[in-house]
Design a protein around this ligand. Structure first.
Ligand code: GRF
Length: 197
């Protein structure tokens, strides 16, 4: 049974999808939900599911990324996860930190990587006049949003779409894609999962 830690910063809808899928014959079980934001809504959802939660508040480490990441790393190590899932985790982790979790860390990003790394992905896809958009689950490497792709879900961009309506189209696919990828990744299967309209 593989131990999974999940890092969040907000509502944690992706965390909930992952946790609720880790039952029965699933090769993983959640062992920790960790947030950098004390009031993250996802913490209560994790606690309600009986999962240990921790907070490493990045505002307590002003201008000291090294100390923040040292606390993050120590807290993660204490849970001895086999896999770490970033799920709506909004802190950029240094290459040094990510190197410590190389081969064990996944992330979900709301774009069809390698397009639109970084923020405001939905608006950028609309502004570019793209016909489609979506989300990507990838292995986390030292390169921001740059690791090997493990899964993608594609949605059509409609004429009247705004960043909000497009995000709302993509989110349900995130909730399908991440659990599907985690099941395979935990069994050493890196076959790319493809979902979408
Ligand atoms: C999602 O849009 C996801 O793509 C991004 O963070 C947003 C919020 O995720 N990574 P969640 O509801 O906190 O899981």
């Amino acid at each position: 049974m593989k131990r999974v830690a999940i890092l969040i910063s907000g509502g944690g809808s992706n965390m909930v999808s992952l946790v609720d899928d880790m039952t029965g014959d699933h090769p993983c079980r959640p062992v920790l939900v960790l947030s950098n934001v004390p009031e993250a809504g996802g913490l209560a959802k994790a606690a309600a599911r009986g999962i240990e939660t921790q907070v490493i508040d990045h505002t307590q480490f002003p201008k000291d990324r090294v100390a923040f990441e040292a606390a993050l790393h120590a807290t993660l190590l204490a849970a001895s996860p086999d896999i770490v899932c970033l799920a709506g985790f909004m802190r950029i982790l240094s290459p040094e930190f990510m190197a410590k979790w190389d081969g064990k860390m996944l992330n979900i990003h709301p774009s069809l990587l390698p397009k639109y790394r970084g923020l405001h992905t939905h608006q950028r896809a609309i502004d570019a006049g793209d016909a489609e958009h979506g989300c990507t689950v990838h292995e986390v490497t030292a390169e921001l949003d740059g690791g090997p792709v493990l899964g993608q879900a594609t949605v059509a961009i409609s004429a009247g779409d705004t960043a909000e309506t497009l995000a709302a189209k993509v989110l349900p696919f995130e909730h399908q894609l991440y659990p599907a990828v985690l099941r395979r990744y935990a069994q050493g299967d890196r076959t790319i999962v493809r979902l979408g309209t």
